[in-house]
Design a protein around this ligand. Sequence first.
Ligand code: SAM
Length: 233
Amino acid sequence: MKTLRFDVITIFPGMFETLFNESILKRAREQGVLDLRVHDLRDYTLDKHKRVDDYPFGGGAGMVMNVEPIANALEAVKKDRPNARTVLMSPAGSRFDQKKAWELSREEELIVVCGRYEGVDERVALHFVDEEISIGDYVLSGGEVPALAVIEAVSRLVPGVVGDENSLKEESFSSSLLEYPQYTRPRDFRGLKAPEVLVSGDPKKIREWQCAQALEKTSRRRPDLMKNLEGPG
Ligand code: SAM
């Protein structure tokens, strides 16, 4: 059985345990499919006041995270796992998507560094990590929420985490399409009826309806995704 281990470097370690103490990630961790270790960046600073940031060279607003504690933390974590893939959360990184989530889910060791303040001394991105990842074109106050999003998206793709792995094949972005609409009981809620075809018991008709709905929904809401659909030949 494969285990994917995440090592997170952050100044807010408490933000991570909640995710792994609930739901499917809790079960996956108990079964040894996933492992999460959270490292407090302040344990790696040599500053007597445990500071991990300083004023930016050249002036400007806010504070910048120092390279030294991050480099120390990475070196400590990498001692036992020199091949771990190392990621810095950054709005300037390459955009995280489902394809990237699949790619990262094939790793065995991932180290995730969370920035704060005005950002991180550029030498971290240039010399101490393998890549920078952004979760979208907006700025959050820190890398913890982006890291949680990446960890959850990646974790559920690791074999053994999601109960029925067929659900991963059908869902949005797995085939360049958004997922078809889903309905459940009651069949009629205050006159709002679920489509008859879904309770027809005819698997071929249901499949055709789902494919047509996925195409229609994608072309209406995300026409950009339709470009990735394979054409004939
Ligand atoms: N001054 C930076 C800029 O303009 O690009 C923003 C720094 S942000 C306030 C602080 C930290 O939050 C970043 O170093 C990064 O770790 C994290 N962060 C914020 N938005 C993010 C995003 N969209 N994706 C990934 N990380 C993000």
